[in-house]
Write a protein that binds this ligand. Structure first.
Ligand SMILES: [Zn+2]
Length: 290
């Protein structure tokens, strides 16, 4: 009898571990972690760091992980393959961007006293003009998951980025892809990036040499708002889906973080991911900085 009770208890404990719904830890259908598709592509998620035009980590970037739509990830993988034949590779600065991050940009732009990154990111533009000139907008194509900010790195030189003439997210006409106030080599580097990205299905943005949008993006017109975070286990690749549940390899290693338990239903997930769908009251020429 004792053994039977112990057996039942064991089964209950294991059952709780195995069958606890963890849907909130999954990415929505159509989205992937870039490292699961193309682990060789380097990522430096700059809005997760303080090295960006705000000078602080941006809201919604809770982990330094790159999330993109599945077709965008596979297209990037093809670009990476081609670059690798030259001893080069891709470096991603930003990909999926939650609407909450874009909202953070908006709030930052209202604080005219905060100019701590002006010298590095917008030396020639008054902060009051950032919206007017389209450098900041209320929405970004990045929130649709198929836009990326990328550059090329030299694998033989410790993954040093090629000289593109300006830094990423530099609010200045010299960042335009066809700017003429850059050297021939810098222009050539921009053209190489653009050539390979367009070959594999991306469209460039003329104002930003680093920004590309997948031409056939799977979620046109939709703006998602799930924070950029990482599952609590090592890799989403190690998990499998079963009857709507996400299960880790040994079926007992999953330990949800505190926030996953707050969003553990399909309904909550759906609501969270679509909370940014309402129309923006702030029309803009583009979603710059894309
Ligand atoms: Zn961009």
């Amino acid at each position: 009898m004792k053994n039977i009770n112990a057996g039942i208890l064991f089964a209950l404990v294991i059952g709780c571990c195995v069958f606890r719904p963890v849907l909130s830890a999954e990415l929505p259908p159509g989205f992937v972690y870039l490292r699961d598709v193309a682990p060789e592509i380097q990522v430096n998620l700059r809005y997760y760091s303080k090295d960006n035009f705000l000078g602080v980590r941006v809201n919604g970037y809770e982990k330094p992980v790159c999330i993109v739509t599945d077709p965008a990830a596979h297209a990037l993988s093809k670009v990476q393959e081609e670059l690798a034949t030259f001893g080069l590779g891709l470096l991603v600065y930003d990909a999926y961007r939650p609407q909450s991050a874009v909202d953070h940009f908006w709030r930052w732009a209202q604080d005219l006293a905060d100019k701590k990154m002006k010298a590095d990111y917008y030396p020639q533009v008054e902060k009051t003009k950032l919206f007017e000139q389209g450098y900041i907008a209320a929405r970004s194509g990045h929130s649709r998951g198929s836009s990326v900010d990328v550059t090329i790195v030299s694998l033989s030189e410790n993954s040093t980025p090629l000289d593109m003439g300006t830094r990423w997210d530099f609010f200045d006409p010299s960042s335009w892809s066809n700017a003429t106030n850059v050297t021939a080599a810098q222009r050539a580097h921009r053209m190489l990036l653009q050539k390979l990205m367009t070959k594999h299905g991306f469209e460039p943005l003329k104002e930003e040499w680093w920004h590309f949008k997948l031409k056939d993006e799977p979620f046109p017109g939709r703006y998602f708002d799930l924070p950029v975070e990482w599952l609590t286990f090592a890799s989403s690749k190690e998990a499998r889906h079963e009857g709507g549940l996400l299960i880790t390899p040994n079926q007992s290693h999953f330990l949800p973080d505190s926030r996953t338990s707050l969003r553990n239903s399909d309904e909550q997930n759906e609501e969270h991911w679509h909370s940014g769908l309402k129309e923006s009251p702030h029309p803009a020429r583009s979603s710059h900085p894309e």
